[in-house]
Design a protein around this ligand. Structure first.
Ligand code: MCA
Ligand code: AMP
Length: 495
């Protein structure tokens, strides 16, 4: 039977360690075996899940990967859930994706139990999934839908980005080729597993090539640095905030402690930064500290990775390099003309097999986001002596904080439910650690009072931690232009 390439390749890696968590190793063989059992349990008596959406909430590790593979092998579409999501966010994801069942671990089941009951969605507990069925698994063609990831944009609610297996495979193959992934690679995985940085760039690329992925429930800096000091890794991929945190941690250590760890970083064959702009100063500080030249790349949920500094050759601070293999890039000016000259800014547009299939259930939005087959990223860039440099986003309502893409409109919609708030505007304020941090300017109702702590605790059961406002400014009125539209650059000046 023809299997999906990611699964099929795993047979050849047999007893190699695929996943290492808390010093327990799980081989490719174990992944194949467990995912087959989980797939059979998901199928029950059906022959094929036929692209049913199966959401799952699992910490990074063997259970996560076995579940992901099981859904794929049974013909379903994976909808990975955010571990730190608040209830309304989970409800939105499950409803919008029209999820037919949720899979989770016993430990995390309390987080989704009541919600699943309310929405009438069956909840399956991984530890209890033991099918005796020996029914053959379906043959799943790569052209079928594989994954839905929720991403914020210029709409208030996140949109489901649907990729097919072919899209995912193209994104993986592009990176495996460009960054010369090896079967001998070992990489730590501490990024959240509901976004492609963690899922595709780290997890799937590693498993595609037969490498070992060492998982952490989150960015546990001390544990990870101990493993770096033990020379455990050949590769490292992180968002700029993590490099900022690593620099400040390394600087706080004694010379001897630092030297031990730096040795582990210096020995890696590649360290990558992406998901947000890496300030040139951070790039340079990292090189000064470790001797490593970070490779900065640019990507997006809808397209996978698009631009990258070279594996061999100059890695230029402040730039994102050139198009990756299989990725076509063009710049379009404000006048909608193709930019061909250097030093002229334009919107990045992308074409290629890695570009997503559709926004789930939003045909008009999907249509609008393409310009004659080219995906419009909404990011501005310029080519300078052969390398692309990202200049920023077309929309002020998109904030990148700690590598997460946030919609100002989504946060505003939540804040407006607060009885003390009459009007509000959310902006991203520049921040050395987080890239941008979420800040709220609010107009209060007559006689009301509010401080940042009260606001944050009120928001906590409505928004994930990383979306909570970090700064609050109370204003008499929001600055508006002649058309009555709130002017966010003017609000930024107020902070
Ligand atoms: C947390 N804190 C923040 C933020 N997040 N403060 C300001 N801005 C934020 N965004 C505060 C908390 O309130 C808390 O403060 C303290 O920091 C620690 O919070 P915690 O959540 O524990 O932070 P952390 O574990 O250190 O997390 C930082 C992190 C995480 C590791 C950088 O944000 C992360 O994993 N980011 C990666 C996201 C990612 O993978 N994005 C890729 C999307 P207090 O202690 O006072 O309460 S994919 C993508 O972008 C495209 C496709 C691409 O190109 O890759
Ligand atoms: P996401 O919603 O997580 O897909 O975020 C994609 C966005 O992250 C892009 O549209 C860019 O705005 C931003 N991004 C990713 N990589 C970089 C980078 N190297 N430099 C600047 N911005 C980046």
């Amino acid at each position: 039977m023809k299997e999906l390439p990611l699964i099929n390749r795993a047979h050849a890696y047999g007893k190699t360690a695929a996943i290492r968590s808390d010093s327990t190793e799980f081989t490719y063989e174990e992944l194949l075996e467990r995912s087959a059992t989980l797939a059979a349990t998901l199928l029950i008596d059906a022959n094929d899940l036929d692209e049913a959406r199966i959401a799952f909430l699992a910490p990074a590790g063997f259970d996560y990967v076995a579940t992901q593979w099981a859904i794929w092998r049974a013909g379903g579409v994976v909808v990975p859930l955010c571990l730190s999501a608040a209830d309304p966010e989970l409800e939105y994801t499950l409803s919008d994706s029209e999820t037919s069942s949720v899979v989770t671990t016993r430990e995390l089941s309390t987080k989704v139990e009541a919600l699943c009951q309310r929405l009438n969605i069956p909840l399956l507990i991984i530890e209890e999934m033991e099918s005796a069925s020996k029914n053959p698994l379906p043959e799943v063609d790569s052209s079928r839908r594989a994954m839905i990831l929720y991403t914020s944009g210029t709409t208030s609610k996140p949109k489901g980005v649907v990729t097919t297996h072919t899209n995912n495979q193209a994104q993986i193959e592009t990176l495996v080729e460009a960054w010369e992934w090896q079967a001998t690679d070992c990489i730590p995985l501490f990024l959240p597993l509901h976004h492609i940085h963690g899922i595709i760039n780290v997890l799937c690329c590693g498993l595609w090539k037969g490498a070992t992925v060492e998982t952490f429930p989150q960015f546990e800096i001390d544990t990870i640095l101990n493993r770096v000091a033990a020379d455990a890794y050949s590769l490292f991929m992180a968002v700029p905030t993590i490099y900022v945190k690593l620099i400040s941690k390394l600087e706080s250590l004694t010379d001897e402690e630092r030297a031990n760890i730096i040795h582990g970083f210096a020995n890696m064959r590649l360290m990558v930064s992406g998901s947000a702009a890496l300030p040139a100063s951070v790039h340079e500080q990292w090189t000064d500290l470790t001797g490593q030249k970070l490779l900065e790349r640019y990507g997006m949920t809808e397209i996978g990775m698009a631009l990258s500094n070279p594996f061999h050759g100059e890695r230029r601070p402040g730039a994102v390099g050139q198009p990756l293999p299989k990725v076509e890039i063009r710049l379009k000016s404000e006048k909608n003309e193709l930019v061909t000259a250097e030093d002229e800014p334009g919107e990045i547009q992308v074409r290629g097999p890695g570009v997503f299939h559709e926004y789930w259930n939003r045909p008009e939005v999907t249509e609008e986001s393409f310009d004659n087959g080219w995906f419009r990223t909404g990011d501005m860039a310029v080519i300078e002596t052969g390398y692309y440099r990202i200049m920023g986003r077309l929309s002020v309502d998109i904030i990148k904080s700690g590598g997460y893409k946030l919609s100002a409109l989504e946060i505003e919609a939540v804040l407006l439910q607060h009885t003390a708030i009459r009007e509000c505007a959310i902006i991203g304020l520049p921040d050395d650690t987080w890239g941008e941090k979420v800040a709220a300017a609010v107009v209060l109702e007559e006689g009301e009072m509010l401080d940042i702590e009260a606001l944050r605790s009120w928001c906590r059961d409505k928004l994930s931690n990383y979306k909570l406002p970090k700064q609050l400014l109370i204003v008499e009125s929001l600055p508006r232009n002649a058309m009555g539209k709130v002017t966010k650059p003017a609000i930024r000046e107020l902070f």
